[in-house]
Design a binder for this molecule. Sequence first.
Ligand code: AQP
Length: 331
Amino acid sequence: MPRAFSGIQPTGDIHIGNYFGAIQNYVKLGQQLGKQAIYCVVDLHALTNPAAYDRDLLASRTFEATLVNMAAGLDPEQVILFAQSDVREHNELAWIFTTQTPVGELERMTQYKDKTSKLESVPSGLLMYPVLMAADILLYKADTVPVGEDQEQHLELTREIARRFNYHFGDTFPEPQAVHAEDALRVPGIDGQGKMSKSKGNTLGVLEDFASIWSKLKVAPTDPARIRRTDPGDPHHCLIYHYHKLFSDPGVTAVVEVECARAGIGCVDCKKFLMTGVERSLTPIQDRARVLRADADVVHGALERGAREAQAIAAPVMQEVREKIGLVRAR
Ligand code: AQP
């Protein structure tokens, strides 16, 4: 049976890019794989981002990320759901991989270049981020990784790290493959400037108040060629049409596509139709989140159990690695 692993960073409010790009697939795979689906709130990764790290917020963000995943349909009784820092083996394996990974391979990572371009001082943790990610996945010998398209390069590096280890120390790790949500490979940000991202502040939150979502949608850019209401638009150049494909009924999306192209609908009305789909999709998640928040012990308890279940898999793999690389002394 395949084994899936994925992580989500507690660096801010979980947004619809995370939801459509990753969490929906977590839920789907969880239903198929049960305890072979392993999901982790990667709080150690969150330490690497100086712009997003806040000592006073980290623990509550880890709680929130767990809560959103559960509210979105992830059942911690069915899958394994835990916090990365609760399973110490992640750090240990990451260190071992660090000793075998050339710096040049890490410096080539696009995300590293993006995240460091404006920093005066670059924490080495940002460079090592993909090594820790490789350790997260390989610690469970996972072969299936549900992630957004933005993680593809990191996953290629994970395969390279697995291949290198297997070559030097004998067959140990699988070469994991990404599973992408075809309709949400890279959800664009509300500013229309690249991918939606917590640290760019261009998000629509899964638990965000609808009045707040509407205030962002109202001013969101549309097809720039459509200057007047009477100008025909190209929905394929419009952010709002992109969101319709995620939130609205296919029938509504098809009507919007045709009407936009023949200037039969204005952008404000198009956004109102979208808002109906947003409310319909997010209301059940927000309702479940409210219930979970009222009984926080359910969330804390899920993380504690998840950590025990994750460690039961991780500890023997780590022991195998220690033996293979020569850290275990013969008596
Ligand atoms: N815009 C997106 N479209 C599709 N998938 C996305 N993911 C993130 N943004 C999009 C996927 O969500 C999962 C969890 O992401 P993460 O929070 O661990 O890391 P990230 O990719 O770095 O997310 P952010 O929001 O952009 O966080 P910051 O700003 O802190 O770096 C991953 O599977 C990711 O692919």
